[in-house]
Every structure is written in structure tokens, then in C-alpha cells.
Design a protein around this ligand. Sequence first.
Ligand SMILES: *Cc1c(COP(=O)(O)O)cnc(C)c1O
Length: 394
Amino acid sequence: MTRPFSKRTRAVHGGARRSQYGELSEAIFLTQGFAYDSAESAEARFIQAGEDEFIYARYGNPTVRMFEDRVAQIEGAEDAFATASGMAAVSGALMAMLRAGDHVVSARALFGSCLYVLEEVLTRYGVEVTFVDGTDLEQWRAAIRPDTKAVFFESVSNPTLEVIDIAAVSDLAHAAGATVLVDNVFATPAFSDAIAQGADVVIYSATKHIDGQGRALGGVICGTQHFVRKVVEPYMKHTGGSMSPFNAWVMLKGLETLDLRVNAQADSALAIAQGLAEDNRVITRYPGLADHPQHDLVQRQMGKGGTVLALEIAGGQDAAFRFLNALEIVKISNNLGDAKSIATHPATTTHQRLDDAIKAKLGITPGLVRLSVGLEDPVDLLADLRMGLAAAQG
Ligand SMILES: *Cc1c(COP(=O)(O)O)cnc(C)c1O
């Protein structure tokens, strides 16, 4: 699309490609390969593939390309590369750009698998990683060095919902010539202006809000055309973590309703946070609440507080388990961004691997429950949560 339509319009129409049939809904090109008219045209395409020319679905397929173009347009990025999962996007973006001897600075509060990639995988290949408290700009300033190649953080951390100042950290990183990679899952493309705020690379697990209905795995790396096509694509093309055409189609349809869904979910999340604010059986943390330590930053950076709450249930793990087991509507699971509300006990599931000292440092306490707010009626959800809190008291 050439005119500067709003995000909502781009989310419905961006990147559409139509075959000779003029199908209105995007087609699923469930094909691995593409037949060439002649040996000469095969040779020519391997030298330089045109805009509508594909070679092999590991690095290009019309349905996948529609998804990539649509996400890039929503995000305001030059280009995007779709991956098999969010972790294929996180690990792919980092592995594609880093080499032995490079230095990376990362926020410490990360999704468990992101932490594994930074702490266990990159370091195995000779990349030095320094972890900082992402909300403390002084720590970023002290850790970023002239030889720092990349800076990585989750703009809203999973599961403790710390919010990191994209513009301020990007300024510090750019002064050292480092590339800023932001895992922006909790902000969702709907509440993101990350590229304009200074991020160089914006990464999503499409498994979460982009699908939004808990069906398929996927991820996407947004960035400059040079980064996406010259750095990421060669790495993904030869290592294989690309998105399937069927999943790209699911995600394309998800993008059409993303803005409506996540706005409704964020409004419900705020109503629930307000509904629980005075309840002394739980401490509620939500970036959209006025008492969140970074509320001003949240307003500036995201507009709304997102779709996830952190609930500290009074009484520790036993109380948290009684709370979870009493819920009727809210399901116990470890996904988020789904139409169905989901509650997770991070200390015993997503972050189980971490030792107790690290958990304590990250704020992953025995009583912590992560709540992903879905599309159900918030009045029903609040009643369900209050029932859980009553049960938590034993
Ligand atoms: C879920 C998640 C991922 C990983 O995404 P998958 O699609 O499950 O691989 C990465 N980062 C964050 C912040 C997440 O919440």
C-alpha cells in the first residue's frame, strides 16, 4: 500500500497478493517448490529472484511473503522475515548477526527460553553477554562498551511486567554503534511504535497475539531491508527455521483482527486490575495501572498496558495453586495472547529451570501467577478470579 493508511487498515489489507483468480481472501500456497518455464529461467532466478518469484519455501513462499509484508507495514519496518516460532526468531536474529568475540548487553528479566539463548547458546560460541537490570538506565550505560555489537531486551518483561524504555536504551546503544533488538511480544504490534522509538530490530512470537486464538506457532523478525534480507535471510535459509505457508495464512488472518482483539483484551485487563486493586488477598501488577512504577513510560511507549497481569497471591505457592485449581473460566496453561484467558505459575513451569536465587532476583516468587486476559466478558473473569482468591485463602 502506498498511502500512509492507519495501522488497522494496513492490518487488513497490507501485503495482499492475488493470483489470476482475484481471490478476495488470501490464498494458501501450500507448495514447497516452484516450477520454472525453462532451465534458463531457473538459472536466472537463482542469480536474482524478482519480486514475485520464489525458489523454495524454506526462504520464500507467496503466502509467507504476504504475512511478512503485512507485519512490516503494521510495524513501520522496511521488511520482515517469518520464522517457525518466536524462539526461531529470537535465536535466528541473534545468531545471524553475531560472531565469536562480540559483546552483547541484555536485560536479565527475560522469558526462560530467551535467557537460555543468551546465557547458554551464545556464550558457547564465544559471544560475551552482560546482563543488566533493564529498568535501570545507569546499568545499561555502564555495561555498553565501544565493542558492544547488540543490545537485547523484552520491552515488557515476561512474567514480571517490567517496562524498558526503548528510546532511552536505543540512544545509549546507538552512541556505541550497537544494534538494538527488541522482543516486543507483550506490546503486540498494535501497541508498538518501537522502530520510531529507536529499535533496529523488532521481534514477535506470532504464536501469541498475532495468531491470538492458540492454533499455530510462528515468529517474525522486523528490521531494515539490509538486516532482513542480507543478514537474517541467509542464516534462516541455510539453517531452516522458517514459517510454514499454512501457519503464515493463519497468522495473516490473525493480523486482520489483532487491533480489535488486543484493545478489547487490554481494556478488560485494566478493568480486572482495577477490580482487584483494593483486594488484600492479592497484589496486582499491571502496566496500565497508575501505580505501576513505570506508568508514565507505559503511556508514552505503548498507550495501553497490554493484555497480561502479574498477580502476587498472598500465601505463597500453596495459595497460588489453590487459586489456580479453583478457576472455572480461566484455564491453567502456559501460552498467552489467546482469546481464552490463561493463568500460569511461572516458578514451577516456564521459569522452573532457574535456581531460587535467580528467581528471587527476577521477582518470580512462589505466589506469582501470570494472567493473560482473553476475550471473555471481564465481569465473568473478575468473578472467576474472586472465586479463586477465596479458595486461595484455604
Ligand atoms: C512466547 C515468547 C517467546 C517465544 O515464542 P514461541 O513462539 O513460543 O517460540 C519469546 N519471547 C517472549 C517474550 C514470549 O512471550
